[in-house]
Design a protein around this ligand. Structure first.
Ligand code: SF4
Length: 342
């Protein structure tokens, strides 16, 4: 029988473990310390717990860390790792080094049920939520773990469709008994699920990125089915009504599709709907995926769109395309791997 994993448990969950197996409550803090600060790989290394205690823990539990199955490296230094998760499926994790920071892009689900038309992960369908162990293991078992400065939840899956496990992960990353990271080092990206966007804004202090892609209802519905049930207007109203702490960043991701959502009409409407929200727009040139009829705009058109938004008073940046040569579009690599093994 598989043992339960300790890595990925919150302090309260570790307290519950100590109660269940009859250990003193203080052992939970010690375990958290070993798991998240001293970065051990086995229960035997928890040397401030007695040998007997370690044996009792080991009867039912293991640490639960595992390495990626494979990796590929881009000429720009971006690396993509494939992890095999409990349901036997592959998930993707990206490592993106820059001059002054190193970001990990984690997956929160295997596959995704949101069905965004331009996304390879969406085409896989939904295969399961990742546990906090499976999300955090991507971070801790990354060969470049010690260099990481930032984390974005922009890999496979919709993080706010797996809010319980994502919130647990954020707690472990930011708690004083956990990794003690500032919430401003973490960004959670969502298509916009109203109930969990509100919950995330209330319970976390991490940055929020909303995938926008079109300010027009019909066009957004065609790109992102979520618009049919959770309209962008409701999401923007929820953000507007929430008092955003000055440290916290709200951004909107906007994939540019040539000749589709890159007109002045789009710029004007974006300025209208984002009025009153302190935010920035990140423009992303569409990464070609098999079977997609969309085209990626040229750099010149992208800069023109950016300048038009800036002229409207919207802070706008262009996200550098990274790892294009290693199938950077989310879901591409795992789809290829899954097809190989199926
Ligand atoms: S873009 Fe994100 S939310 Fe949409 S299908 Fe892909 S993984 Fe899911």
């Amino acid at each position: 029988m598989q043992k339960e994993k300790l890595y990925g448990k919150t302090l309260n969950e570790l307290i519950a473990v100590t109660k269940r197996i009859g250990l003193p409550g203080f052992a939970a803090r010690q375990m958290a310390d070993w798991l998240y600060k001293k970065e051990i790989n086995s229960i035997g290394e928890m040397t401030n717990l007695s040998k007997k205690m370690r044996e009792t823990i080991s009867n039912d539990y293991e640490i639960g860390l595992y390495s990626p199955e494979s990796s590929s490296e881009s000429i720009d230094g971006t690396k993509k790792y494939l992890y095999k998760v409990l349901n036997g499926k592959y998930i993707e994790t990206a490592y993106i080094p820059e001059t002054e920071r190193a970001t990990i892009c984690v997956s929160s689900q295997s596959g995704c049920k949101m069905g965004c038309i331009f996304c390879m992960t969406g085409k896989q369908g939904f295969q399961g939520n990742l546990s906090s162990n499976e999300i955090l293991n991507q971070f801790r078992s990354l060969p470049e773990f010690s260099t990481l400065t930032n984390m974005v939840f922009m890999g496979m899956g919709e993080p706010l469709d797996n809010i319980t496990q994502v919130m647990k992960t954020l707690e472990i990353l930011t708690a004083e008994w956990g990794y003690g990271w500032s919430p401003t080092r973490i960004t959670v990206s969502t298509v916009g699920i109203l109930s969990t966007v509100k919950e995330f804004l209330e319970k976390s202090r991490c940055h929020l990125a909303v995938s926008l892609h079109s300010p027009f209802d019909e066009e957004r519905k065609m790109l992102m089915p979520i618009q049919k049930t959770n309209s962008l207007k409701e999401i923007l109203d929820a953000i507007r009504n929430f008092e955003i702490n000055s440290q916290r960043r709200i951004s909107f991701e906007y994939i540019l599709f040539q000749g589709m959502n890159d007109s002045q009409k789009h710029v004007n409407e974006l300025a209208k709907i984002l009025n009153g929200i302190k935010c920035r727009i990140n423009l992303i040139r569409f990464h070609q995926v098999p079977g997609a009829e969309f085209r990626s705009p040229g750099l010149e058109e992208t800069i023109k769109f950016k300048e038009a938004l800036i002229a409207k008073g919207i802070l706008t940046t262009i996200r550098a395309s990274r790892g294009v040569d290693i199938k950077a579009a989310c879901g591409l690599l795992s789809t290829l791997e899954q097809n190989k093994t199926s």
